[in-house]
Write a protein that binds this ligand. Structure first.
Ligand code: DAH
Length: 367
């Protein structure tokens, strides 16, 4: 380790030699620095007022110099101190720069790495078929609407001609929102059991004529089995105008089924009952598995029941008469179909639960 030597003489040559040794030592020490702490130790060793190496240079070289050499030695020592201090400051900057370099290097993003591959998903089969059904009706000039999943008793039942306590309500039991005992029945909130309430909501907003389809999620107190789920999807349809007949209903739905299942499919209409349609029908399609010959899937009947429909009951129009729906002047048809059921037929899915389990082995077959 460098120590400040006594000068034997004060000739310029001796001063040159002493300065060269001092800078050689300083360069050697600064080159070995690796941290801020190293640098601080070096700074203290060289620059400390009390007994730092440069103070020693002052004491040992300058103060000890004979009178006649003092001027020259003084100049040399000052110059040397200035240069040494500058060297030490420069060494500090170098340490900072190299630690910033190291930090930057550690944070560097290698854009040539392959990256994380996230497989791109596809539309869920139920949504895909729901969109397909909607598209078939859009092509016939229908608009698309939506309504709330949490619905009032009024829209879900009363305005659809389900009187309070009517047994038809039992087929559509559902979850009611708690703590509503003080409300009048019609204002009670429930999870809608079908998309039909949006028929009334639409007719309240839009005067006739209307042609609309309404896709959406519905809820029922149905135990889960191979073909039933307490939550499922429907597409509702409503057409109201002057002179709409059952013939229009049959033609529209027959066209829609051919668009969905292929042109060879046939439809037939069976008498049924819904409080909000009169007459009401269940529409059946010729079995898409056996073409109508009879198989296990259609229980050897050749037909598969697919949806409910009918002519809008005049009692329903009474609830929206104020908006131009005078049952003496307008007529209409309505229908409602289960999206899961149609998806199961189209893709030969045998268990409804497969749609909700999120098992990629099932879903990736639709990619
Ligand atoms: N809302 C009925 C249900 O969920 C289906 C239905 C039947 C809808 C006849 C209609 C209709 O619009 O006219 O069971």
């Amino acid at each position: 380790m460098y120590t400040v030597p006594k000068l034997e003489d004060y000739s310029p040559a001796a001063l040159d030699k002493a300065a060269a040794d001092l800078f050689a030592a300083l360069d050697f020490e600064t080159a070995a620095l690796t941290s801020e702490a190293d640098w601080k130790a070096l700074r203290d060793r060289w620059l400390a007022r009390k007994n730092g190496l440069l103070t020693q240079v002052n004491d040992i070289w300058l103060k000890a110099a004979p009178k006649e050499a003092k001027r020259d030695v003084g100049q040399r020592v000052n110059e040397l101190k200035r240069l040494a201090e500058a060297g030490i400051v420069a060494a500090h900057e170098k340490i900072h720069a190299s630690s910033a370099d190291a930090k930057r290097a550690a944070e560097r993003l290698d854009i040539t790495l392959p990256g994380v591959q996230r497989p791109i998903g596809v539309k869920h089969p139920v949504l895909r078929v729901q969109d397909e059904i909607v598209a078939v009706f859009k092509a016939m000039g229908y608009s698309v609407g939506e309504g709330p999943e949490v619905e009032t008793d009024y829209y879900n039942f009363e305005s659809l001609n389900f009187p309070p306590n009517h047994p038809a309500r039992d087929t559509q039991d559902t979850i009611f929102i708690a703590d509503q005992e003080r409300k009048p029945t019609r204002d009670c909130l429930l999870l809608r059991t079908h998309t039909s309430p949006v028929q009334i909501r639409t007719m309240e907003k839009l005067a006739p004529p209307v042609r609309i389809v309404i896709p959406g999620k519905v809820h029922r107190n149905d135990p889960l089995d191979a073909t039933h789920s307490p939550v499922f999807h429907q597409v509702e349809g409503l057409a109201v105008d002057t002179n709409i007949t059952f013939c229009d209903l049959k033609g529209t739905l027959d066209h829609a089924m051919k668009a969905l299942f292929g042109s060879s499919v046939k439809t037939r209409f069976y008498p049924s009952f819904f409080p909000f349609t009169e007459p009401s029908a269940d529409m059946q399609v010729s079995c898409i598995f056996c073409g109508g010959k009879g198989c296990r899937k259609c229980k050897f009947s050749g037909w598969i029941e697919l949806l409910g429909c009918g002519m809008v009951d005049p009692n329903v129009f009474e609830f929206v008469k104020h908006n131009g729906y005078d049952p003496g002047r307008v007529s209409g048809f309505a229908f409602g179909m289960g999206v899961e059921r149609i998806t199961m037929l189209k893709y030969e899915v045998e268990e409804i639960q497969l749609f909700y389990e999120g098992d990629v082995r099932f879903l990736e077959q639709f990619a």
